[in-house]
Design a protein around this ligand. Structure first.
Ligand SMILES: *Cc1c(COP(=O)(O)O)cnc(C)c1O
Length: 372
């Protein structure tokens, strides 16, 4: 394919080799090593947060967050979440023995609309798990209000929301400040990555300290297994990749914002498709480029035409998680089900060029015009 759907960002091999040479010299390969500590410090400063913990991947970040906030042991064993996300959002709940209760989304932002939750659903739940889908911040004020009224914890799966900010009373801040915990995925295909990796940002220091124990088998300072933990540690080899990629984070974010702006400029006049409506206090972080068609039939035709033209696309996210038998299918979500059938992601990666975006958009428009 001339244009793949994603392409992992690679630093220069010399830069990474230099980082790894230091790891070899130290022969300290994992367990809270110097590369990990340095990356934690850099990310903490970048997001201007207080309690950030690096972990092995974004799925473990979710599972450790549930355990740190006692959601997996709560008598109320369900969590209100969105059906419009990657599988890991729902599977991480099920894997921890928690029932996902699917709440329908807003048809324009594609994020959970917490006002769709019924009283019964709210009464059964111990927490809300929102997803800032494609990096678009959730309606965090509405979620916080409902959470306060019903005494619910709030977790955000922020896997797409690296470098996603909102303007909060004239202060631009990372969306990772919102919720009792927010989780990142640092997987190779994400905006910023460490090959495999994840992070959890906690509001409260006590939850952070508990999670720090949980990711290392539950050991306390005396190496005594005080809690039932897991192994979710990030290795030095992964942290070193994170350090190398982070050196270019400004280039990555600037480039992706420019690509997203060009896509939106060229595609917003096209009547046969719809673009995601972004949070009014935020700006597109260029993590993904979703477009929505009138019907699944149109989507399949456009996808086939693009494939023939060397443009790879992906049906993110299909099917709706509320229609997956393994996840329990709790909750009716007609808006998400319809969106899932009609949404397609176009190529988006740091090495894509503005000329590439122009060509892809021409192909999309030509495909739409050839239908009927
Ligand atoms: C990528 C992703 C995850 C999982 O992250 P991994 O690091 O691959 O485990 C979770 N949630 C969402 C929304 C994602 O896109």
């Amino acid at each position: 394919m001339k244009y793949p759907i994603v392409k992992p960002f690679l630093p220069s091999v010399n830069n990474y080799t230099a980082q790894i040479a230091v790891v070899f010299e130290r022969n300290w390969l994992t367990n809270n090593g110097p590369c990990l500590q340095k990356l934690e410090q850099q990310l903490t400063e970048y997001f201007n947060v207080e309690h950030l913990l690096l972990v092995a991947n974004g799925t473990l970040a979710l599972q450790v967050a549930f355990a740190a906030l006692n959601i997996n042991t709560n008598k109320k064993n369900s969590v209100l979440t969105t059906p419009f996300s990657f599988a890991a959002t729902a599977s991480s709940l099920c894997f921890a023995g928690i029932t996902p209760e699917f709440i329908d989304i807003d048809p324009t932002t594609y994020n959970i609309n917490i006002n769709n939750a019924s009283d019964e659903q709210l009464n059964r739940a111990s927490a809300i798990l929102g997803v800032h889908v494609f990096g678009n911040p959730c309606d965090v004020n509405a979620i916080e209000k409902v959470a306060k009224q019903h005494n619910l914890k709030v977790i955000y799966d922020a896997a797409h929301a690296f470098a996603s900010n909102i303007n909060d009373e004239n202060e631009i801040k990372s969306i990772l400040h919102c919720g009792d915990a927010a989780t990142l995925s640092l997987h190779a295909t994400k905006l910023f990555h460490s090959v495999e990796g994840g992070a959890i940002i906690f509001k409260h220091k006590s939850d952070y300290l508990k999670a720090k124990q949980l990711i290392n088998f539950g050991f306390n300072d005396q190496q005594y297994p005080e809690l039932v933990g897991i192994n979710a540690k990030m290795s030095e080899v992964h942290a070193a990749m994170g350090l190398s990629v982070f050196e270019q984070i400004d280039y990555i974010t600037t480039q992706r914002c420019a690509l997203a702006a060009r896509y939106c400029e060229l595609l917003s006049p096209i009547k046969q498709l719809q673009l995601q409506q972004w949070h009014p206090q935020g700006a597109n972080n260029g993590a993904y480029m979703p477009v929505v068609f009138e019907s699944q039939n149109v989507l399949l035709k456009v996808q086939a035409a693009l494939s023939n033209a060397g443009v790879q696309t992906r049906r993110y996210f299909y099917p709706s998680l509320s229609q997956v038998a393994a996840y329990g299918m709790q909750g009716a979500t007609p808006i998400a089900n319809s969106l899932s059938e009609r949404i397609l992601c176009l190529p988006m990666y740091t090495d894509l060029t503005l000329n590439g975006v122009d060509e892809i958009c021409q192909q999309v428009i030509a495909a739409l015009n050839s239908i009927n």
